[in-house]
Design a protein around this ligand. Sequence first.
Ligand code: HPA
Length: 278
Amino acid sequence: MKYDTVEEFRQKRDEAVNFIKDQTDFDPEYLVILGTGLGQLADEIEEEHAIPYDQIPHFPVSTVESHAGRLLFGTLGGKKVVAMQGRFHYYEGYTMQQIAFPVRVAKFIGAQTLVVSNACGGLNPNFRRGDIMLINDHINFLGDNPLIGPNDEELGPRFPDMSEPYTERLLELAENVALENSIKMHKGVYLAVSGPMLETKAEYRYMRQLGADVVGMSTVPEVISAVHMGMDVLGISVITDECFPDALEPVNIEDVLAGAAMAEPKMTQVIIRVLERL
Ligand code: HPA
């Protein structure tokens, strides 16, 4: 799905938005995107309504086994949220516009803030598998982005500013929450690659030299599209493997999922406590 015109995008978006509004009058303030192996947060949501992706007009459908594929509406930390249980990755073959579509739809049903999580590899030698990191900036190495093509001025500007993609106020709040709850949490730069292969030693060395603390295959398209629409963003990464070029071990998806499980309770707690305080 690549839109030829703004009108085509608006029509598809309206069909999805209207379908959802016909199903539920729940009006979420927050969009929560759950990363690979990070489904526990969804269990904490007091569920009001759920819609499988494949029922929503023009919604992409998840292909990754570890992702469930539905929109969950409910309350988390006392706030009204819509959660994407399962997200879309560029390596699955979706276009950037498809990956951004749920974020754009969520904005039109009321979400003003994006809370996004992901599994990633740690490049910073101070990071360990099972740690969590607050994302305070990113590097887009996907070679594509969701804003290419006709710009809908109703969504946002042609040339959106990216001086503060991760909302400073939310970063401060999350740091305070982690401190108060004695949760060790790093802060750093997320670099996005397309995947699906993990990186070579030479690539990890290069990425670290570029200023990245972690590397992953998601998040940046959703964040770009949220920032374009003027949404606030909070991003948290869980480090599922250590990408140290001089001591690199082979990694498979089971290792990644096990690493995510180690970090998940910490991430879940930080997000719930942040929402409680907002
Ligand atoms: N590289 C890219 N993406 C990842 C990694 C990694 O090492 N670990 C988990 N997601």
